[in-house]
Ligand binder design. Structure first.
Ligand SMILES: CSC[C@H]1O[C@H](OP(=O)(O)O)[C@H](O)[C@@H]1O
Length: 347
C-alpha cells in the first residue's frame, strides 16, 4: 500500500519508485530503489530530476538508509553511518540547493530523535512531510504566479519545471496550470532545451496530457517568436537562487532572459523558498554541474557529432537578477531589490 504516489515518484514504505524520465515521452518505465545507493544513482543519472523532486527523492533515500542500519542510532557508529548516507546522497548533483536543504532537514531530524526507539518512523514522517509540503507549495506558487498571466496570454518556458521536476504540479508549469484552472486561455511555447531535451520530452508531454495548448520550438527559435510578438511572458523554474537574486537554472535560461529583455517581455522565475540559498551571496558562487559530453554528441543513443570532438556541457547557467522581473514563491511575488526582499521571506 503506497503512502505517496504521484506522476514523479511513489513511496511504498520500503522503496521509492520513479518514472524513468530518461525514457519519456515514448516509454513509461519505472525504476524501484530499495537502498540509498540506488537513489543516489537515480538522481545522478537523472532518472529523477528537477530541484524539488531531487530534494524529496534524497529525503526518501535517507529513510531507506536508516531502515537498513541494524546498530544503535544513539551510538557514535549510528551517527557516522547516517552522516555517510547524507554525504553520499549530497554528492549526486551539485547545483540544485533543494538537495542539500532536504538532506539537512532530514539529518537535523535524525540528530534530534536518534535516541528515540521509533527514530526511523519519525524520519519517514519527515520525508513524507517534505513531499506533501512540496505539492502544497507548488499550488501556492501557481496561485500567486497566475496573477501575472492574463486571459489569452502566450508564455514561453524553458526546460521542465513541471510536475516531473517536483513531487507534483510543478513550479513554472504550476503557474500555467493555475492560470488555466482560473479559466484563462493560456498558450505555451516550450523550448526543446538541448542537450537533455527536458522541454521536448517532458514539458510537451505534461502539457499535452493536461490539454494545454503547447508549441514545441528548438532553442534557437526563442528570439524569433519573441520578435514576432507572439510571447507575452516568460516563466521558468530554478535550481538555486542566490541571496542577491541571481538564478541558476537550466543551460539556455540566461539566453532567454537576455532575449526577453531585448523584446520588453517580462521574465519570471517560479521557485519555492527551498530553492533560495541566502548562504550563497551571488550567482558567481553557485556550483555549475558539468555533465557527460555524450549528452551533446548523442541524441537517444544516435551519434550526431564526430568521434572525439571536444565538448563543453554545463547543465546550468546563471541569470543575473537585473534580468528578472519577479520571483514567484509560495509567499507571493518577490520584486527587486532582491537582496532585501528575499531575506524578508525568511523573517
Ligand atoms: C522546478 S526545478 C526544475 C529545474 O530543474 C531542471 O534541471 P534538471 O532537469 O537538470 O534537474 C531545470 O533546471 C529546471 O528548471
Amino acid at each position: 500500500m503506497s503512502k505517496l504516489k504521484t506522476m514523479t515518484l511513489e513511496w511504498t514504505g520500503e522503496s521509492v519508485i520513479f518514472i524513468d524520465q530518461r525514457k519519456l515521452p515514448t516509454q513509461e518505465i519505472y525504476v524501484e530503489c530499495e537502498t540509498y545507493e540506488d537513489v543516489y544513482v537515480a538522481i545522478k543519472d537523472m532518472i529523477v530530476r528537477g530541484a524539488p523532486a531531487i530534494g524529496a527523492s534524497a529525503a526518501f533515500g535517507y529513510v531507506l538508509g536508516a531502515q537498513k542500519f541494524n546498530g544503535a542510532f544513539d551510538s557514535a557508529e549510528g551517527l557516522a553511518y547516517m552522516e555517510k548516507v547524507k554525504e553520499k546522497l549530497a554528492s549526486s548533483r551539485p547545483t540544485a540547493v533543494n538537495l542539500f536543504w532536504a538532506l539537512d532537514r532530514m539529518h537535523r531530524t535524525f540528530e534530534s530523535f536518534r535516541n528515540e526507539p521509533d527514530v526511523v518512523k519519525l524520519l519517514e514522517e519527515e520525508a513524507l512531510k517534505i513531499a506533501y509540503e512540496d505539492i502544497e507549495v507548488n499550488r501556492a506558487i501557481g496561485k500567486h504566479g497566475a496573477e501575472v498571466l492574463r486571459d489569452g496570454d502566450t508564455v514561453l518556458t524553458h526546460c521542465n519545471a513541471g510536475a516531473l521536476a517536483t513531487v507534483d504540479y510543478g513550479t513554472a508549469l504550476g503557474v500555467i496550470r493555475a492560470a488555466v484552472e482560473q479559466g484563462k486561455k493560456i498558450k505555451v511555447f516550450a523550448d526543446e532545451t538541448r542537450p537533455y531535451l527536458q522541454g521536448a520530452r517532458l514539458t510537451a508531454w505534461e502539457l499535452m496530457k493536461d490539454g494545454i495548448d503547447v508549441t514545441l520550438i528548438s532553442d534557437n527559435m526563442a528570439g524569433w517568436v519573441m520578435k514576432k510578438g507572439w510571447i507575452n511572458a516568460v516563466v521558468v523554474g530554478a535550481d538555486r537562487i542566490a541571496a542577491n537574486g541571481d538564478v541558476a537554472n537550466k543551460i539556455g535560461t540566461y539566453s532567454v532572459a537576455i532575449l526577453a529583455q531585448k523584446h520588453g517581455i517580462p521574465f519570471y522565475v517560479a521557485a519555492p523558498l527551498s530553492t533560495i540559498d541566502l548562504n550563497t551571496p551571488t550567482g558567481d558562487e553557485i556550483p555549475i554541474e558539468e555533465r557527460s559530453h555524450r549528452e551533446i554528441t548523442h541524441v537517444q543513443g544516435v551519434q550526431i557529432a564526430p568521434d572525439n570532438i571536444k565538448c563543453y556541457n554545463p547543465a546550468f547557467d546563471v541569470t543575473p537578477s537585473h534580468l528578472i522581473t519577479g520571483i514567484i514563491t509560495e509567499k507571493g511575488i518577490v520584486r527587486p531589490p532582491y537582496d532585501v526582499e528575499l531575506k524578508k521571506l525568511f523573517e
